[in-house]
Design a protein. Structure first.
Lengths: 420, 199
């Protein structure tokens, strides 16, 4: 829940409690007074201003490009540098007048102009040697801007450029590209230090992108057919590691860990459904050991968190990860022409565990991820192009009956528990 | 207050913005200065361009240049382990009788060169996917030297590409002792049509 939505709900509750006589006016005022002031919100005027700022930045760049041969090259170069300095000067002015959203925007625009300056300088001076290196330069400059000014926009620019840099290196070398991890760790440090939702989401999303790139790199480097195992292993680490980070931690680390776990849960659901769909046919067996260990570490961390906190929800998340890893690792294979019923059953069980884990913890993203995984897995089983449709119908019916029986049993147990 | 916030608060905010601007400006300036150093200090080599697939060569306002030295025999590198596409190699160039430079040999490390020769650094675009592990050099290598794009004024690209496909375009590149290269002049029928000033 966002801070603003929480405040609205709290205010409604305070008014209701006050009207019902649960709390006095003094207590209601004391609750209101104990709240921190809300951070500056993006009003309609600010949003329009943001659009205007971005349009001006684009117009600036188009102007430079359009007058390519009319303006002398040193003059063009100086205009680019002036664009960078101008953006940060405006940002500093907004910052001084405490218009933080606009200051953040200016730094983001400055970082974009910096990237454009790299590209246009490369064009002006025929520097076509290494495009990916140019992206790294851009990402590094934007990250410095984020570190020094606290701009979420600059962090977004930095991570976007770094993800493209990573993707290009993977494509160029047909291999896994580990240097991105160092860049990501710096960004993660910022997200922790800022305790800002936007930064947490950006960093978690970048981690998913890196694991997808790593999966694609691994397919080339290690002759794998399918990147799903690598993605699932990374997702497991994010889910389990995120849950472990979140236990008995200060607010910033807890929120960061939870965000990582949410993105990990969704990535795991998609990777699992991909395998169940059997898009690439055979499931790979040969993967680098460290990737396997990342997946195992995710499950272990979830179980360790469950043991420390004594929470069933975390243990169920660990079981979900473990079952998903068994599926994607390919250790269970159908004999002969049989369909992979055990794989289907484990995949469904894994996602069901994820849904229940989210329900017990009252964490909506984990619940949604589990439902997405269940839905995609059922769809994949139903519409798999191989084998007998009749057999799959029987399997789905049996799975449904087992689930209904489990639901009845759980319902009775919960009622008995409530009656005690 | 976190350590990060303490550090941030200890420095005036406008100074932080100024530092960011200066760092980014410095990074862009370094790009240009570095290229200027190559142009100033590098030995000149003349390279003949080749016709290439017409669907590929002009995107926007630059001409894609392919050279005789872009595709070379791997020689001693053949079957040796490579680190995939993008592996850095060094190509020894020597002048031919017609005034152009040609590739003499390819090496995994910088090697000594004789007077008149040049050693240019490149990255293998194709030719590192051979052998049982698909990680060894093939018998021929496609190499990029960072000289493959030349940005031209709007509308002038077609003329150059047409001339290039008739074998009339060549370039003069500056190559440093470390192997880094930059285009210095673009020649049409041996006459300079574009000259690159240092700045």
């Amino acid at each position: 829940m966002s801070e603003r939505a929480y405040r609205q709900r709290l205010e409604a509750d305070i008014e209701r409690w006050h009207a019902d006589g649960v709390i006095s006016t003094t207590v209601a005022d004391a609750i209101r007074g104990s709240l921190r002031p809300l951070p500056e919100a993006a009003t309609v005027a600010v949003v329009v201003g943001i659009v205007g700022g971005l349009l001006i930045a684009a117009a600036f760049l188009a102007f430079i490009a359009a007058n390519w041969m009319v303006i002398a090259r040193p003059a063009r170069f100086l205009i680019l540098l002036a664009g960078i300095i101008g953006a940060y000067s405006i940002g500093a002015w907004f910052d001084r007048t405490e218009r933080t959203v606009l200051a953040d925007l200016s730094v983001a625009v400055g970082s974009i102009v910096f990237g454009a300056a790299i590209a246009l300088t490369g064009q002006m001076y025929h520097l076509a040697a290494d495009f990916a290196a140019g992206l790294l330069l851009w990402a590094g400059g934007a990250l410095i801007a984020a570190v020094l000014t606290g701009s979420r926009g600059a962090l977004a620019v930095a991570l976007a450029a770094a993800c493209v840099w990573n993707g290009m290196r993977v494509f160029e070398t047909d291999d896994i590209h580990l240097p991105f991890v160092f860049f990501w760790l710096v960004a993660a440090g910022l997200a922790l230090a800022w305790n800002a939702p936007v930064a947490r989401h950006l960093v978690a999303l970048a981690a998913v992108v890196w694991w997808v790139h790593t999966g694609l790199g691994a397919t080339q480097r290690f002759f794998l057919f399918d990147p799903s195992f690598t993605v699932a292993a990374g997702a497991s680490l994010m889910l389990g590691g995120g849950l472990a980070l979140a236990i008995r931690a200060p607010e910033s680390r807890r929120a960061f860990g939870m965000t990582l776990s949410h993105y990990g849960a969704f990535a795991l659901a998609f990777a699992l459904a991909w395998i169940v769909a059997g898009i690439f046919g055979a499931v790979p067996r040969r993967v680098p050991v460290w990737i396997t260990w990342c997946g195992v570490a995710g499950a272990v961390l979830a179980f360790v968190a469950a043991a420390i906190e004594r929470r069933v929800a975390l243990a169920l998340a660990g079981i979900s990860i473990a079952l998903a890893l068994i599926v994607v690792s390919g250790v269970i294979r159908p004999s002969g022409a049989n369909e992979p019923w055990a794989v289907y059953a484990l995949a469904l069980a894994s996602m069901l565990c994820l849904v229940i884990s989210g329900m017990l913890d009252d964490v909506r993203p984990r619940i949604v991820a589990g439902w997405v995984g269940l839905g995609l897995s059922i769809a994949a089983i139903t519409w798999a192009v191989k084998g007998s449709l009749l057999h799959r119908a029987a399997f789905l019916a049996a799975a449904g009956i087992i689930a209904v029986a489990l639901a009845i049993l759980l319902g009775r147990l919960l009622r008995r528990e409530a009656a005690r | 207050m976190t350590f990060f916030e303490k550090i941030s608060n200890a420095i005036p905010r406008f100074l932080l913005y100024a530092i960011v601007a200066l760092v980014q400006v410095a990074l862009v300036v370094v790009m240009v200065v570095d290229r200027a150093r190559i142009l100033r200090e590098g030995a000149e080599v003349t390279l003949q361009t080749r016709p290439i697939d017409p669907r590929d060569f002009l995107r926007g306002d630059y001409v894609v240049l392919n050279y005789d030295i872009s595709s070379v025999a791997a020689g001693e590198l053949k079957d040796r382990p490579a680190s995939g596409r993008g592996t850095v190699v060094y190509v020894k160039l020597a002048p031919k009788g017609d005034g152009f430079h040609q590739a003499v040999s390819v090496h995994g490390e910088p090697v000594a060169i004789a007077p008149g020769e040049a050693l240019i650094q490149g990255r293998v675009a194709r030719g590192t996917e051979c052998g049982a592990t698909r990680r060894a050099f093939c018998d021929r290598l496609q190499i990029n030297y960072g000289l493959e794009r030349y940005f031209v004024p709007e509308g002038e690209g077609r003329e150059i590409e047409s001339a290039r496909n008739q074998g009339k375009v060549s370039i003069v590149a500056a190559v440093t002792s470390g192997g880094r290269a930059a285009i210095k002049r673009l020649l049409l029928d041996g006459k300079p049509v574009y000259y690159e000033p240092t700045f």
